[in-house]
Design a protein. Structure first.
Length: 238
C-alpha cells in the first residue's frame, strides 16, 4: 500500500511518500523499502499508488511522452498521456477479469492498476495533476494539495487544517512529513518508513531531501507535537 501527497506551496511544490511496498511471494506478502516518487526530466515529479508493475509501465510511458517537455503541459500533451495510460490500465483490467472469472476476485477493483500524481512548478506556472485508475483526471493545484493511496482519507482530513498555498516550502516540508509520519503511526495498512520528500522550487529545480534533512524534520515534528501537548495542558488548566 502507499500514501503519496503533493502540496502547492507559495514558492514551489512539496511531494512526499511513505517508503514501503508490499510484494506478493509464494510464502505470502513481503514488505520491502522502495522509492515511490521519481523525477521526469528536470521539472516534473511523478508518483503513483497501486500495482508496482503497472506503476513502472506508467512511469516509462510518461517519460517517453514528456521527455520533450519545455514547461507547458497543454491539452494535447495531457490527452496523449491519458490515452497511453488508458491502454495500460484497460489491458490489466481485461486480463484480470479473464483470469479471475467466476471467482470472488473478479471485481475490477482488485485489478492491478494505478492512480498517478504528476507535479510541475516554474515561476507562477504550478501544476498538480491527478490521473485516476479509470483515466479520468483533475487539476488540484488550485485546491492546494492532492493525495493518493491507502492513507489518503487520513491525509485529506489532516491537510484541510492547513492553508497550504500560504505556506513557504520550508513549512510545507514539515507539514508533509507530519502527514506521512502520522499515517504510518496510526497503522494504515501497508505503510512504512523511510519517508521520502522531494521539492520543485519556483525556478523548476528538483531536489530530494537527504537522510539528514529528514532527521531534522523528525526533530521538528517531535517539538511541534510537544508544543501542542503544552497548549492543551494550559487550556485544561483554565
Amino acid at each position: 500500500m502507499t500514501l503519496i501527497i503533493a502540496l502547492n506551496c507559495k514558492n514551489g511544490i512539496v511531494m512526499a511518500s511513505d517508503g514501503q511496498a508490499t510484494v506478493n511471494s509464494a510464502g505470502g506478502p513481503v514488505r520491502l523499502p522502495t522509492q515511490k516518487i521519481f523525477p521526469i526530466g528536470n521539472q516534473l515529479l511523478f508518483g503513483a499508488s497501486g500495482s508496482v508493475g503497472t506503476i513502472q509501465r506508467s512511469l516509462f510511458i510518461m517519460k517517453q511522452l514528456l521527455q520533450q517537455f519545455e514547461g507547458n503541459i497543454d491539452y494535447s500533451v495531457m490527452e496523449g498521456v491519458r490515452k497511453e495510460l488508458f491502454k495500460i490500465y484497460k489491458n490489466e483490467i481485461d486480463r484480470h477479469k479473464q483470469f479471475y472469472e467466476g471467482t470472488d476476485l473478479e471485481d475490477i477493483r482488485n485489478a492491478p492498476i494505478a492512480d498517478v500524481i504528476l507535479c510541475h512548478s516554474k515561476g507562477n506556472n504550478k501544476i498538480i495533476w491527478r490521473i485516476a485508475p479509470d483515466c479520468s483526471d483533475v487539476l488540484l493545484h488550485e485546491i492546494g494539495y492532492a493525495c493518493t493511496g491507502s492513507g489518503d482519507i487520513f491525509a485529506y482530513t489532516l491537510l484541510k487544517n492547513f492553508n497550504v498555498k500560504d505556506l513557504e516550502v520550508e513549512k510545507g516540508k514539515l507539514v508533509a512529513y507530519r502527514v506521512i509520519r502520522e499515517a504510518i503511526e496510526i497503522g494504515a495498512f501497508g505503510l512504512g518508513e523511510p519517508i521520502d520528500i522531494w521539492i520543485i522550487n519556483s525556478g523548476g529545480k528538483i531536489t530530494q531531501l537527504s537522510k539528514e534533512e529528514i532527521m531534522g524534520l523528525s526533530d521538528s515534528f517531535a517539538a511541534w507535537k510537544e508544543t501542542e501537548k503544552e497548549v492543551f495542558r494550559d487550556l485544561v488548566k483554565k
